[in-house]
Write a protein of this length. Sequence first.
Lengths: 144, 144, 483, 483
Amino acid sequence: MEEEKKQLTLVLGVIGADVHAVGNRILEYALTEAGFKVVNIGVMASQEEFINAALETDADAILVSSLYGHGEIDCRGLREKAIEAGIGNIKMYVGGNLVVGKQDWAEVEKKFLAMGFDRAYPPGTMPQQAIDDLLRDFGFTQKC
Amino acid sequence: MEEEKKQLTLVLGVIGADVHAVGNRILEYALTEAGFKVVNIGVMASQEEFINAALETDADAILVSSLYGHGEIDCRGLREKAIEAGIGNIKMYVGGNLVVGKQDWAEVEKKFLAMGFDRAYPPGTMPQQAIDDLLRDFGFTQKC
Amino acid sequence: MQLSNKKLDWDQFLQIRQEVLNSWPTGQEVDLEEAVAYQSRIPAYRRFAEKLEQAKKEGITLAQPRAGVALVHEHIELLRYLQDEGGADLLPTTIDSYTRQNRYQEAQSGIEESRSVGRSMLNGFPAVNHGVAACREVVESVKVPVQVRHGTPDARLLTEITLAGGFTAYEGGGISYNIPYAKDVPLERSIRDWQYVDRLVGYYEERGISINREPFGPLTGTLVPPCISHSVAIIEALLAAEQGVKSLTLGYGQCGNLTQDVAAVRSLEELAEEYLGRFGYHDVVITTVFHQWMGGFPQDESKAFGVISWGAATAAMAKATKVIVKTPHEAMGIPTKEANAAGIRATKQVLNMLKDQPLVEFKELQSEKELIKAETRAILEKLLEFGDGDIALGTVRGFQAGIIDVPFAPSRYNAGRLLPARDYQGAVRLLDFGNLPFGEEIKEVHREKIKQRGKAEGRDPSFQMVIDDIYAIGKGMLVGKPR
Amino acid sequence: MQLSNKKLDWDQFLQIRQEVLNSWPTGQEVDLEEAVAYQSRIPAYRRFAEKLEQAKKEGITLAQPRAGVALVHEHIELLRYLQDEGGADLLPTTIDSYTRQNRYQEAQSGIEESRSVGRSMLNGFPAVNHGVAACREVVESVKVPVQVRHGTPDARLLTEITLAGGFTAYEGGGISYNIPYAKDVPLERSIRDWQYVDRLVGYYEERGISINREPFGPLTGTLVPPCISHSVAIIEALLAAEQGVKSLTLGYGQCGNLTQDVAAVRSLEELAEEYLGRFGYHDVVITTVFHQWMGGFPQDESKAFGVISWGAATAAMAKATKVIVKTPHEAMGIPTKEANAAGIRATKQVLNMLKDQPLVEFKELQSEKELIKAETRAILEKLLEFGDGDIALGTVRGFQAGIIDVPFAPSRYNAGRLLPARDYQGAVRLLDFGNLPFGEEIKEVHREKIKQRGKAEGRDPSFQMVIDDIYAIGKGMLVGKPR
Ligand code: B12
Ligand code: B12
């Protein structure tokens, strides 16, 4: 299992003009501790940087953070870019404070799933949640 | 005017098993300062005590306080007792925290007016409000 | 027989007990032996005294709300909510005002009306009417200890029923549940009736069952200077200890000035140890309770949160063993369970953030403590003198003479001559000392401090200043501003 | 030309200015002479510097929210609401993140999208895009002074437009608006760009128009030790003063431990006086701003109120000149105007209750102040050494060398080697000093205090402890608990 997990490569970053670095740093630490290979492109990452990093590292999933409120604008089109780049099936998760203001989460989630994300996470999600879901989505359910 | 006001006699008290004494003390002070003759029967006053005090002092108005939440139970029937006692037309005001809990004031007011009170006051009413209304209700509007 | 601070003779107790249990049908449900057996099966985590002692040892402050509604199942739902959603460390069962006045008939109507209109028409839980089994249902429904909180001058039947009902803590006292809560009850009578209550608790203690007792600290909740509430707390501690009470939580209601409030909590514990020791009660465990501001609250909920949080901060910095929590609905009416839980959560956030930050004993804090101690000792010594060494007797006589006097109390057995007002920093001082037996030195401190404020405000201290102070916190200040 | 802390030559300034104003069409709206004339007509009650000085004199703490939305009229409605319903003493105009990165084109899309969906799609007010006239409409619509708050490494155009637009205070600095707010902007560049900003403010000052300047105190808002933010504040104060700035508000973000926080606010003012005096800037008025906890907030609104109120209490006890207010929505998203006003009201309740209760300077508070001063001086002196006496140059070199280092900063021009962690009482200490130029004496204090905590928790200090501390306040604690 430990071995299998190591094969999963994740691209991690904070999209747009967003500089919130703390959650990103913790996610990197927690995901690495959990055995994933983490490619952290850091804050202020453009859609292109996400896609390129995924291509270059042959990543299994892209984890997008957006904290500052412009997530709705910044994330639009990312799935399409992935398709163009020939990695249309890559798993994409998104989390943080995705929209401006305190909004009904069910609505927000719907919006981001419709954009092509496989999973969306509300404010305050703990890294363990992402780890559990990754393992589940890649078929490691039993083992953790 | 000062003279005329002096003629207004008010019975003041806190009804039921209610011991909230602070507002009562301030009301007594403020109403007296404003020139009224105040007959303060204090806390834990029964309906009978209110009526008797009004009869004995030939009062112009009865000011009932209820703070502790049982106002709805305690005040019911006071108007009827006044009618029985032959002072059915006496002005009756009620104020305080009249019901149990934070309820819609419009509803509460309606309830107490229906019980026969001429005016009802929400939590936190300042004595000046009662003073102004008394003067208005007894035709002293211009002079203050 | 003349009132005195002497342990009630057991036979005499049993004689009175007949009458007490006969005063309302549910009294018959109480079987003392069965009650002791029931209490002895209550696990430690539901025992109040244990949890308090533990908290004292750990130096943390526990949070406890007030709460009570008319019907049993609604009450259980309420308590569970406060435990699960509020995170209450300790729970209450607040008793309604009819029960507090022994008006069980009216309480009964309230219960019935509540049933028919579908909301609580009572401002608390009528435990006497509901009886022993219902009380047990309540305490068993939660995972933390539950206390009876009320305001009952004659609480004998309520105590019998609720202790048999499995409550492990009981608030009140012969002074603190009379002077602020009644108009016409002679002090001598209420003290006697509370000797009964304490004797019953003492009996449970003899049988190995710890029941926590808590004199009601804040009294009228409105500008009560620490020395007044401390004197009452210590008198009631002495009265309770004599009857065999072993777990005592002494209370104080926040005034708002940090130095005074911390000094008050700490001096209260020290004074209590001093007096209990002096009169030979050595095996009593003293803990403290700090009440968030007990006077008029701001109507705005955000402002109320500010008041609540500042109370929590003070409790933590004082290291009170527990804090009684207000709610954002305070100014409006009995809180919904949501508002109540909100008050607890705000409180616990602050308690947790401050749990390792006790206020250092700087010089001004020490002198404030010394001042409070000197004032309290002055009152207590004079009362002992008045009672020829007996504090029960001295208290009755002292109240008559205004040697001890509670501001804004409704009772006619209280002189009501004090005028408290805040000083420049918001500490509660006295503008009129009534008959308090203070020496000139103490009086001069008060005068000086109030004078300083008068100067700053450009007015002479007067009753208007007192009124302004009563409204102040409700209007978003601490020290009342001149109009 | 090598960077140095020298007043920008006016002709050189005007040359750069052409470029700046040409970088977006609205730049053409700025006419400096007309702007000076407009500013000189702004009445005193809308002038930031005046109101701050007055508050400092009176020893009170003013409350200021953060707020900004995409569209002008919505923004005006928001500010009026915060003034009327929140009781804000000072108002902000928070700029959106695209504008902060000079991405005016994206800001424009945000404005248009906001118009079409009927809610703000931007996290602030895009002042550059809206232009001078719109800014004037904003500041004229309220009765209190308004400040520009942002996070812009190159804020030259924004400054031109907003000062011409009638704002009387301006947040930011070449370090504090770069290191926490950018990834790729060389420090040398941002410092230069902020010299421009300060020079412009200095020009207004020369013309008799006071514009308040406020370096951004909290930096990354997450476990930043006082000495780090103090160093940055004082550097930016020196840089600003050299360009002619006369009204400076220095900031600090709450850490949560009362003693450390009060010591920080007071030492900040004292250190600033010391360094400004030493370098000959004698006519600068220094005021302070305390930021309520800037790190992760609890999601629960009641708990958030607890955090907010404790921040307000600390600000009042420290006697900061103003406090920046958080809201109960903090953890969730940009607050509604109602939530924002709620935060202000809770804050003001506490400020008012504590306004006459400054924390006494007890021994531990004094030593904390001395520690912070020693640490800050160690950093500043080393930077001066690195810059051959020039603080601008020394800062650039010092950041390279990690002599000064901001925890959790996104910038690649920041060493990022510090590991802060709380000590047993919740004060922020350092677990890893990186390259900070601290002597052994100072380091020993930190080690000792963190060791004490490690012992209490039965674990060795590690990155996990840091993570626990980052989550702590959000989870209702101050000191992070081991899992
Ligand atoms: C202080 C206080 C106490 C003290 C009272 C001391 C004393 N003997 O006076 C103590 C601690 C003893 C106490 C006890 C209780 N209290 Co109490 N108490 C308060 C508190 C905090 C302040 C009251 C006060 O003094 N305000 C200051 C004065 C100046 O204002 P006021 O009383 O409102 O009066 C003014 C106005 O209302 C108005 N007014 C009043 N009457 C009238 C009448 C007219 C005609 C007009 C025009 C105006 C008017 O003018 C007055 C002067 O400005 C209030 C909550 C609050 N307001 O913040 C709760 C409150 C009134 N208490 C309450 C309750 C329930 C109780 C208890 C039952 C205990 C409990 N369950 O917690 C007992 C009841 C005892 C009894 N039998 O009455 C509830 C009532 C709930 C409800 N209505 O839904 C309140 C609202 C708290 C709450 N939210 O739960 N209380
Ligand atoms: C610290 C902070 C800052 C610092 C950031 C310093 C830095 N460079 O890192 C400073 C002060 C500089 C700052 C600036 C700004 N901030 Co800010 N900030 C915060 C704050 C208080 C804490 C963020 C944080 O560090 N949390 C702790 C970490 C551990 O948690 P986290 O970031 O949420 O990340 C965790 C989870 O969300 C999750 N997660 C995150 N991404 C993902 C992705 C996936 C796939 C998964 C599974 C999980 C996951 O896992 C992480 C680890 O547990 C938040 C509010 C809050 N949360 O309390 C506001 C907040 C994020 N900021 C906000 C805003 C608006 C700004 C500013 C625009 C300024 C402003 N208008 O006030 C600027 C933006 C600058 C920019 N261009 O990005 C808003 C966003 C509003 C919205 N979405 O509606 C917030 C929510 C505050 C608010 N309520 O207004 N901020």
